[in-house]
Design a protein around this ligand. Structure first.
Ligand SMILES: O=C(O)CCC(=O)C(=O)O
Ligand SMILES: [Fe+2]
Length: 317
């Protein structure tokens, strides 16, 4: 029970930190802006608020109807994803991250080539050298709805998801649960994808984080291409509890339930064991996810003690 409380405290801390950060950013913005006489009567905050409102009225995505699932008793894909993810989170895996699963050889080498062709199509979009996001240095691209994580809002898609992503990844999920409840519905509801290119010698990494709990779905999937890596999960920074999971090339990782909401995940530079890796991360974002409190159905058990890993003899730190 006290883990629920601890998690709630952690969530509150995160929200407090966010509020402080926003306040600081606003203060800095205020200090740097040149205020004319006419502007002096209006605070920066109220101006921003007006600007945002005008932008949102114009740009905010209307709620998208979730596709109908033939023969399904309950057509609400989001609810099914959520129920499935919670159900899976009750099943403890041998390495104690419930809700976590890796499907090896989810794609073939030929399918990987086809996906990479779409990822590396520079006429459509160039790599964005991401550091500002705070998730560490790596190259990124994105498709599908434009999820603004700072404002926790979802805007119209700038680029549709490539047909190859739909056919090779999402259609397979729509056809098969792969032993993970809610995955089929995730395939129907998924509306966002980002690619990350990691190159070890460029110092690339993924800093430990939890994907936005409010903005995105209960299930998130990551496809590993080009190379294998180790992903490290941390239950709580201060307890030193870490579980390392190997993400082999061609595999699909599913993060749901407690894995999704309770554990941070990251990739250290030295854990890019083949020197290079390209991942595709799929989410269902927006659509009111979590607004009614994603945590409340999740039952927390005792966290594992100590360090469990599948590092296969690699250094522990
Ligand atoms: O590279 C990966 O597999 C993970 C990416 C990730 O965690 C993210 O984009 O939030
Ligand atoms: Fe992530």
């Amino acid at each position: 029970m006290h883990h629920v409380v601890r998690l709630q405290e952690h969530v509150n801390e995160c929200l407090d930190e966010r509020a402080k950060r926003e306040e600081k950013e606003e203060k800095e913005e205020r200090e740097h802006s040149v205020i004319t006489d006419a502007e002096k009567t209006e605070t920066l905050a109220s101006k921003n608020c007006r600007k945002r409102k005008a932008f949102e009225e114009k740009e905010e995505m209307p709620s998208i109807p979730i596709p109908t699932i033939p023969n399904a008793k309950n057509n609400d894909a989001f609810l099914k994803i959520k129920r499935g993810s919670i159900e899976m989170s009750k099943i403890s895996s041998p390495s104690h991250i419930s809700g976590h699963k890796v499907i090896e050889n989810f794609i073939t080498e030929e399918e990987e080539t086809e996906l990479l062709r779409a990822v590396y199509d520079m006429s459509e979009q160039t790599w964005n050298d991401r550091n500002a996001s705070g998730n560490g240095r790596h190259n990124g691209k994105s498709w599908g709805v434009n999820a603004d994580r700072a404002r926790r809002k979802v805007f119209k898609a700038k680029r549709e998801m490539p047909e190859a992503f739909q056919r090779i990844v999402l259609e397979k999920l729509r056809a098969n649960e792969y032993g993970y409840k809610g995955l089929r519905e995730f395939g129907f509801a998924c509306n966002e994808c980002n690619a990350i290119e990691y190159v070890r010698e460029k110092g690339h990494e993924l800093r430990p984080h939890v994907d936005d709990r409010i903005l995105s779905s209960d299930i998130i999937i990551n496809l590993s291409m080009v190379g294998t890596c180790i992903m490290r999960y941390r239950m709580n920074k201060n307890q030193g509890i870490e579980i390392a999971k190997k993400l082999p090339r061609f595999s699909l990782q599913i993060q749901g339930g407690r894995c999704r909401f309770e554990w941070e995940h990251g990739i250290r530079n030295e854990d890019l064991i083949d020197g290079k890796r390209v991942s595709l991360t799929f989410r269902c974002s927006g659509r009111g996810n979590g607004k009614d409190g994603v945590y409340k159905d999740v039952v927390f058990e005792e966290p594992p003690r100590g360090y469990v890993n599948d590092l296969e003899g690699r250094d522990r730190r």
